[in-house]
Design a protein around this ligand. Structure first.
Ligand code: TYD
Length: 217
């Protein structure tokens, strides 16, 4: 399996030793950006077009995914939280690799980009700027390079509206947090070549755009 984040040796698509290897499509974005809906729509459209596809997400539905959700509820330290996301990804990546080798396309709702964006923000108070590089290296052995990562960009304030959050202190804290995550995502998009999608439009329109890109692949 090809594993790397920053300096990939081979990409998922370049694993030519298996002729019919599927494509690995990842959707990233802040909470409320609509990525889950768009990911599901892409999966359904691929299936309808007769292309085998698996829809999957992180945190996963596995026991480690349950630990991630529990860690969030228990207010585990940001390091524990990070390592749980990475552990979840390690198992998930092995599964994704199998699906790809079976010739299935894999549509993944959040992957390593989520850790690189969200945990860069939660770890910054502890590690400062080096948080970003630390996160890359800790993920590298457990990470496949996606064929494409779509980044659904939406103003955090609009995202909060979509999430139906009410005014109050919690909202401001969350908005502040999402603004920082959004900044990290934009930075990643530039560095790692994410495909930026304007998610401020109706989701059908967003899905149509993404589908046209996938169809060309
Ligand atoms: P989300 O996709 O919003 O799941 P759901 O819609 O089922 O609640 O993901 C849950 C949260 O987990 C979201 O706020 C982003 C966060 N997250 C990270 O901080 N790091 C990660 O590596 C992943 C995968 C998710």
């Amino acid at each position: 399996m090809s594993i790397a984040v920053s300096a990939p040796l081979t990409s998922a698509a370049a694993a030519t030793e298996v002729a019919a290897r599927g494509r690995f499509l990842v959707f990233e974005g802040i909470d409320g950006s609509g990525k889950s809906t768009v990911a599901r729509t892409m999966h359904e459209r691929m299936m309808a077009a007769g292309r085998p596809s698996v829809l999957t997400a992180e945190p996963t539905e596995s026991w480690i995914g349950d630990m991630v959700r529990r860690g969030n509820k228990e207010a585990a330290s940001p390091f524990t939280e990070t390592l749980l996301y990475v552990a979840d990804r390690a198992e998930h990546t092995a599964q994704i690799d199998k699906w790809l080798n079976e010739g299935k396309n894999v549509v993944c709702d959040r992957y390593v980009g989520s850790t690189l964006a969200y945990q860069a923000v939660t770890l910054r108070p502890h590690l400062g700027e080096p948080a970003r590089e630390w996160l890359r290296s800790v993920n590298a052995p457990f990470t496949l390079r996606p064929d494409v990562t779509f980044l659904l960009l939406l103003d955090p304030e609009l995202a909060m509206e979509r999430l139906g959050s009410r005014p109050g202190r919690e909202k401001f804290e969350k908005l502040d947090f999402l603004r920082s995550v959004d900044e990290e995502y934009r930075r990643l998009a530039e560095k790692d070549g994410y495909v930026i999608i304007d998610a401020a439009r109706p989701l059908e329109q967003v899905a149509e755009d993404v589908w046209n890109i996938i169809a060309r692949m």
